[in-house]
Design a protein around this ligand. Structure first.
Ligand SMILES: NC(=O)c1ccc[n+]([C@@H]2O[C@H](COP(=O)([O-])OP(=O)(O)OC[C@H]3O[C@@H](n4cnc5c(N)ncnc54)[C@H](OP(=O)(O)O)[C@@H]3O)[C@@H](O)[C@H]2O)c1
Length: 234
């Protein structure tokens, strides 16, 4: 299989120079639109090409935003300094390692992620006791009462200098951001497999939407398609 050259991926996935938060959503789906493979998670989809694009997207972002459901299902850990290209990040003026920002309303978050450098975004509906426990171990940001106030959440990230957002899902989080029209682009890998079943689509529990995107790129890599779609707001 021919993988795109690393330099080409860096050019294709470059963020615009943001003055406001820019939300890139990245997903891999099967041909029949499922975000999970037969094993119930996404890691098995997309193969080497998706992994290469995913690494570049992490290398270029300020913050990885992820829902607690995905962090639990996919066994997320802290972002290891050795997992990103420190040289590239330095040349682009980025901090050495992207910040991880975890989204949860219950604060049922993996213990391994409760670290001072991890942001946990939540709302006031989370129990006071759990908020105190998490705040003692991580950078807890409480925005909104019953639900997370997303403009305030993105503003809190921007206050920390985190404008290039890479949202790695999952579908509930993507559904919320899409509903609020906060997704600036979708980087979607199409994996060459049919899985049937009842796997989620990219957005879940969103109301009917009618949002247009224009094609940024489509790159065939063997049987996999790497695509990028940019939101067209009128
Ligand atoms: N194919 C792909 O590229 C891809 C990418 C990501 C995930 N996935 C798959 O998607 C599945 C998980 O789906 P999911 O929909 O459960 O993922 P999710 O959106 O990451 O998780 C949902 C949970 O995250 C928290 N959350 C998400 N949005 C929130 C919001 N707006 N406000 C407050 N909390 C929010 C809540 O956590 P609390 O319950 O803690 O409040 C919620 O229960 C897994 O199978 C995973 O493998 C696939």
């Amino acid at each position: 299989m021919s993988l795109p050259r690393r330099a080409d991926l860096e050019r294709l996935y470059a963020y615009p120079d943001p003055t406001d938060p820019w939300v890139r959503l990245c997903f891999v789906t099967t041909l029949d639109g499922s975000v999970a493979g037969g094993d119930g998670v996404s890691g098995s989809l997309g193969g080497e090409a998706d992994a290469a694009a995913y690494r570049v997207m992490r290398d270029l972002c300020d913050v990885v935003l992820v829902g607690a459901g995905t962090a639990r299902a996919e066994g997320y850990g802290p972002i290891a300094p050795g997992s990103v290209d420190a040289g590239l990040r330095e040349r682009r003026g980025l901090r050495p390692v992207p910040v991880l920002a975890l989204v949860s309303s219950t604060l049922d978050v993996p213990d391994a992620l409760l670290r001072p450098e991890v942001i946990v975004l939540t709302c006031a509906a989370a129990s006071e006791q759990r908020r105190a426990e998490v705040a003692a171990r991580a950078d807890l940001v409480v925005v909104g009462d019953e639900t997370i106030d997303w403009p305030a959440a993105l503003a809190a990230l921007a206050d920390r200098g985190l404008l290039r957002v890479l949202c790695e899902g999952g579908p509930h989080l993507a559904g919320t951001l899409a509903t609020l029209d906060l997704v600036d682009e979708l980087c979607l890998t199409v994996a060459p497999t049919l899985v049937g079943g009842s796997g989620s689509r990219v957005t879940r529990d969103a109301p009917d939407l009618d949002q247009s995107f224009r094609l940024g790129h489509v790159v065939p890599a063997g049987d996999v398609l790497l695509t990028r779609w940019l939101r067209e707001r009128t």
